[in-house]
Design a protein around this ligand. Structure first.
Ligand SMILES: Cc1cc2nc3c(=O)[nH]c(=O)nc-3n(C[C@H](O)[C@H](O)[C@H](O)COP(=O)(O)OP(=O)(O)OC[C@H]3O[C@@H](n4cnc5c(N)ncnc54)[C@H](O)[C@@H]3O)c2cc1C
Length: 386
């Protein structure tokens, strides 16, 4: 029995969401699994091609309504993220940044003109977006950002540097957050705007099948209508992060599931001292504990999706899921690696690739420590961030 069958998870999911999940699984099996080890080794992702195909599949901004988006439930979106990340965290990152960060920012906070201009192309995967919040000196504390937007007549002039931006160098459009005289505001920056460059960050050991870049804004002049009119203050970008964190709650478990099922197959077929590795108690204790953590994580994820679909999800509840899924997924990936022995250190198996990817997933969209602090504040009433 597979680890999630054991928990009866499918019985908690509606037919439409299961069908969508299966379509994404088939896509990942055909289009990603056969190639992803090589992409990872070479440190690249054919993002433009994949974005078009993911657009056809209907997963880009899939939980948004209108403008060519599929308008699915949050649960269906979560299950899609699970399947994408079972392929590779880089693939899920491409989809999350496109749909939950860049598209969501425009969808939620943009003008009608901005939505009409950008969202249909982004839903189709013809236009790639990125989301620039983090800076070299401000990650967990984005409120300190130094990127500045100042008025020049009706125009805006943006100066500053963003760091660790997924899809940055390949993006057609960047949503950039900057300090203004009226607090933090968001801007839609077309990639060809003079003064805007996006050099790729080389030498990554994690999320290698994903583009990560710096965004340099050097006197970037934008018209007045480039500002997202409805987002005022940090709550704008933080609302987008909550969307992306929701995808990670499911996605990280997808990576863990791929590790665990790969490892169970390996342990069943690997003979050690004349019997299968899976028949040793020491192995079974590990597999049992991992099965339990995966299933518990999935039940928490499903509860969070249920709350999101009911419209009652509090951002502090997403922290429970983001912390649990990433922390348990990386623990599962590392434990699986021990069962694979030396074979586990190669790209012939997905396990160390997932473990290495999960180092990034643990850090982005709020580090584990930041989510612990949010949970700590929720249960004690005391903020311990400073
Ligand atoms: C591959 C990758 C892709 C990314 N993509 C994007 C993107 O598309 N857009 C974007 O804007 N950003 C992106 N990021 C950036 C990411 O969100 C930040 O890395 C993250 O917010 C952490 O910031 P930092 O790296 O500056 O770490 P820091 O904030 O410097 O944190 C360093 C350590 O200090 C800890 N810490 C922080 N605050 C506290 C505290 N109050 N108490 C105790 N410990 C604390 C942290 O938990 C961490 O362990 C990406 C990052 C990676 C690795």
């Amino acid at each position: 029995m597979s680890p999630l069958e054991y928990f009866g998870v499918d019985a908690l999911v509606d037919e439409d969401s299961l069908a969508l999940r299966d379509a994404v699984r088939t896509f990942v099996d055909k289009r990603v699994r056969p190639h992803v080890a090589l992409w990872y080794e070479e440190g690249r992702l054919p993002a433009r091609e994949l974005a078009r195909e993911l657009g056809e599949l209907g997963v880009l901004g899939m939980h948004l309504e209108g403008y060519g988006c599929a308008g699915t439930s949050a649960l269906a979106y979560g299950l899609a993220c699970f399947e994408l990340e079972a392929g590779d965290s880089g693939l899920r990152s491409l989809v999350s940044v496109q749909g939950s960060l860049a598209m969501y920012a425009i969808w939620k906070w943009g003008s009608d003109e901005q939505k009409q201009q950008w969202l249909p192309g982004m839903a189709a995967g013809a236009t790639i977006g990125c989301f620039g919040l983090t800076e070299p000196d401000f990650g967990s504390d984005p409120g300190g950002m130094r990127t500045r937007a100042r008025r020049d007549g009706d125009d805006w002039i943006l100066d500053g540097t963003k760091m660790w931006i997924t899809n940055g160098s390949i993006a057609d459009v960047a949503v950039v957050w900057a300090q203004t005289d009226e607090g933090v505001r968001g801007f839609v920056v077309p990639a060809g705007t003079p003064g805007f460059t996006a050099p790729e960050i080389p030498r990554k050991l994690s999320l290698r099948a994903s583009v990560t870049s710096e965004l340099v804004l050097d006197g970037v002049r934008l018209p007045a209508d480039a500002m997202l009119p409805r987002a005022k203050g940090l709550s704008g970008p933080l609302s987008c992060l909550n969307e992306a964190r929701f995808g990670i709650v499911f996605g990280a478990l997808g990576a863990a599931y791929d590790c665990l099922t790969t490892t169970i197959d390996y342990a069943n077929s690997r003979l050690i001292f004349d019997k299968p590795l899976s028949a040793y108690q020491a192995t079974q204790l590990k597999l049992a504990d991992m099965t339990l953590e995966l299933g518990k994580g999935m039940l928490l994820a499903l509860r969070i999706a249920q709350l999101k679909d009911a419209g009652t999800l509090d951002h502090r509840q997403i922290s429970l899921g983001k912390l649990n899924s990433t922390r348990e997924a990386i623990a599962i990936a590392r434990e699986c690696r021990t069962i694979l022995g030396a074979a586990g250190i190669t790209l012939d198996y997905p396990v160390l690739r997932h473990a290495s990817n999960l180092e990034s997933v643990l850090t982005y969209e709020g580090t584990s420590e930041v989510h612990q602090l949010i949970i700590g504040q929720t249960v004690t009433g005391q903020a311990a961030f400073r």
